[in-house]
Design a protein around this ligand. Structure first.
Ligand SMILES: *[C@@H]1O[C@H](CO)[C@@H](O)[C@H](O)[C@H]1NC(C)=O
Ligand SMILES: *[C@@H]1O[C@H](CO)[C@@H](O)[C@H](O)[C@H]1NC(C)=O
Length: 726
């Protein structure tokens, strides 16, 4: 072998040795650090400025160590501002599938596309907002209003993205529950609520070895999140032992030395959206030279950035940036076959809410009326509005930075029409939201399918008077009146809802003529195809709600806050609140119908390992918190006559020795596909953390003594099996 080949083989071996190994990556990082000047270090931790580079965020480079400018690009459902990428369904739809493998495969697709375009850091997934406020504009970017479900979504998505060597970014850390005054309000969250609710999915993110975490716009206990020693240095970097780097949300840095001391490691986009004012860069160099910021802190920032770079193997063979966000060069087609997973997530995230006398699936109806503007293509195309900032045509995602440009968007009308043509079904249409037209079309057909939506997004765009957050929980475009007019004219009315989150269904949900309600969520590019799969029974619906749909907006107990937010509801968010207050929701968290029925039997609950957790630091917190110590099992049987999947859910109640805790908290779920008559055993492994509460005085997770209530069911209220475990 030639000497140069031996050298190449040796360096390849050392690359493999540090990839996927935090300690080896950190060692390599501290070695590389030796060769960098202070100026180079300041360049690595400082963005080049808004629109100063091909990506939404770009860092300085350090050629001496082979470190190219990093490309940081939105976002949580794919690569923003690229020309030919998959428009995956948003995370809320992935959560709605409750299918761990699908959640992961969606992320694998996103990671592959990001890598192919040379994106070093893909700015997602998002677990903040958690979604405590139904009107919150960005809830759809995350995995629903429960920390456990969010945690599973974050974990699988980070693992999936990072499989391609792309760095994932867990955001927005933390307490960013609404858009209104997001850069001014202080989220004041008590320590127990932090740990059991808002931090929980971030702990899972760190445990999944996420390479980066984005601090949020808001303050926490009156200190900005991006300079918050308690949340960044104490909780994230010490308690959760996070080895990667913290980057600011765009423009969320406020001080030079405060952010450095508070634990920020990278500022983005460098200046504040093009004002050419850099709090770091030369100002950081000056702060070190004047002794305001310690050199060791800057070294730590750079080490963390390099550590994540080595950890994901980006020092070797990572593609160059292949697109430009600003000049119309969208780059190559990187979609591969990802439309398949995009369709599967869109389809399996559909939740069937009402289905009187098996109105669905459709079986070659004689005629169908398709009603409502949102069933039809936007004549201006699916990308007519920048960052999806309008509500015209089919709704596949909300608006803001967490969007991508659609390669195509299959309108519901087009997909249904194709099926109807094959079936010999006559199709009539009303392609506006005008009730008078809708009613006329409805009267002329055997079955009427009416489409309504609700939209939300990020605060820098206002759509129809909604500045990010939704102004109310009603269907947009007088959807309620449209449904009423259609139902008045047709006794087989099917309502399809495309929505960012909960809407109020009370005006029509109990109408006899409304025979079915299909919650199609936010399906991304495969909207129509996914819907037809379910409407026609090619696949039985198997999605479950990742939030509670209430009867009145007030029933949720929280809404957009005008001042600071003390999070006084504590742990009692979404179904925890409904349970505590004894409020009947319309459709509870975890709810979803099928075309078949499932029987639950044979509950077992075994709590075998009573040893307490230790305090050995590891990413995500002590590894012992994540060891299985108890197991619950049950048997699920498909007792109907259609092949289908069921999401069996485990809710735990803590023993009475624990301080006040919600009566039921999600602590496991499993989706099983069953043929008619077939049974399967579902298993819910419980980890120490799943059995614990956070003791704010002792600053520790504590497993309370006594009997745990064990509930296994088809939703948070449709509990089929109850037992206990001590
Ligand atoms: C709805 O359509 C009717 C009949 O074409 C028309 O008279 C009416 O003005 C329309 N309503 C709206 C709000 O456009
Ligand atoms: C939040 O708590 C602070 C301090 O206790 C109090 O002054 C303030 O009024 C509270 N805010 C709200 C909205 O309740």
């Amino acid at each position: 072998m030639q000497y140069s080949l031996i050298l190449a083989a040796l360096s390849a071996a050392s690359v493999t040795a540090q990839k996927g190994d935090w300690a080896a990556s950190a060692a390599k990082a501290s070695q590389s650090l030796q060769g960098l000047s202070l100026q180079q270090k300041a360049g690595i931790v400082t963005g080049t400025g808004w629109m100063q580079g091909p990506c939404v965020g770009n860092t300085g480079e350090a050629q001496s160590i082979g470190f190219r400018s990093l490309c940081l690009q939105d976002g949580p459902l794919g690569v923003r501002y690229a020309g030919s990428v998959t428009a995956f369904p948003p995370a809320i739809q992935a959560a709605s599938t409750w299918d761990v493998e699908l959640i992961k495969q969606r992320a694998v697709g996103m990671g592959e596309e990001a890598r192919a375009l040379g994106v070093n850091v893909l700015l997602g997934p998002s677990a903040g907002p958690l979604g405590k406020i139904p009107q919150g504009g960005r809830n759809w970017e995350g995995f629903g209003a429960d920390p456990y479900l969010q945690g599973v979504g974050m974990y699988e998505t980070i693992v999936g993205i990072q499989e391609s060597g792309v760095q994932a970014c867990a955001k927005h850390y933390i307490g960013n529950e609404q858009e209104y005054r997001r850069s001014e309000l202080s989220a004041n969250i008590d320590d127990r609520t932090v740990h059991e609710m808002y931090l929980w999915p971030f702990a899972d993110s760190v445990r999944a070895n996420v390479a980066s975490v984005m601090c949020s716009y808001n303050k926490l206990d009156s200190v900005y999140a991006c300079e918050n020693d308690e949340y960044l240095n104490q909780i994230l970097k010490t308690e959760l032992d996070f080895p990667g780097f913290v980057l600011s949300d765009w423009g969320a840095q406020h001080t030079t030395d405060g952010s450095a001391k508070g634990g920020l490691d990278m500022t983005m986009p460098g200046d504040n959206f093009g004002d050419n004012q850099f709090l770091w860069g030369n100002n950081l160099v000056n702060a070190v030279n004047s002794g305001q910021v310690q050199q060791s802190r800057v070294d730590d920032m750079v080490s963390r950035i390099l550590t994540s770079w080595y950890y994901t193997g980006q020092d070797s063979g990572f593609p160059n940036v292949g697109f430009n966000s600003w000049n119309g060069n969208g780059g190559p087609n990187v979609q591969g076959n990802h439309k398949e997973v995009a369709r599967a997530v869109a389809r399996d995230g559909i939740v069937l809410l009402k289905n009187t006398n098996n109105a669905l699936p459709l079986n070659k109806p004689e005629s169908i009326a398709i009603i409502g503007s949102h069933a039809f293509d936007n004549p201006q195309g699916p990308n007519a509005c920048v960052d999806r900032g309008c509500n015209t045509g089919p709704l596949g995602m909300g608006w803001g930075s967490g969007t991508v440009d659609y390669p195509y968007l299959i309108a519901p009308y087009d997909a249904i029409k194709q099926q109807a043509d094959a079936d010999g079904t006559r199709v009539t249409q009303a392609d506006s939201d005008n009730f008078s037209h809708g009613g006329t079309a409805a009267r002329a057909a055997e079955t009427a399918i009416v489409f309504i939506t609700a939209d939300s997004g990020e605060e820098y765009i206002t759509v129809e008077g909604n500045a990010g957050d939704r102004n109310n929980l009603n269907a947009w475009h007088t959807g309620n009146e449209l449904v009423a007019a259609v139902a008045e004219g047709n006794q087989n009315t099917i309502v399809v809802v495309h929505s960012v989150g909960q809407i109020l269904l009370e005006s029509f949900i109990e109408l006899d003529n409304v025979v079915a309600v299909v919650w199609a969520g936010l399906p991304g590019q495969e909207s129509g195809n996914a819907l037809v799969d379910v409407l026609y029974g090619k696949t039985a619906p198997s999605g479950k709600l990742p939030y509670t749909i209430g009867k009145r907006a007030e029933d949720h107990g929280v809404s957009i806050v005008r001042g600071d937010d003390n999070f006084s509801e504590g742990l009692f968010v979404d179904y925890r609140h409904y349970d505590k207050q004894g409020i009947e929701p319309r459709f509870e968290f975890g709810f979803g119908l099928s075309y078949t029925t499932f029987d639950y039997s044979g509950l077992t609950a075994t709590y075998s390992d009573k040893s307490p957790a230790d305090n050995v630091a590891a990413p995500g917190g002590s590894a012992s918190l994540y060891e299985t110590v108890a197991t619950v099992t049950a048997t699920i049987t498909n007792s109907g006559d259609v092949a289908a999947a069921e999401v069996a859910q485990l809710y735990l109640g803590l023993p009475s020795s624990a301080p006040e805790t919600p009566a039921k908290q999600l602590r496991g779920f499993q989706k099983v596909h069953l043929e008619p008559g077939q049974s399967a055993t579902v298993q819910f492994p419980l980890r120490r953390k799943d059995l614990s509460y956070w003791d704010a005085q002792g600053k520790n997770w504590v497993i309370p003594s006594g009997a745990f209530a064990v509930h296994v069911g088809a939703s948070s209220r449709d509990i089929r099996l109850t037992g206990s475990m001590a």
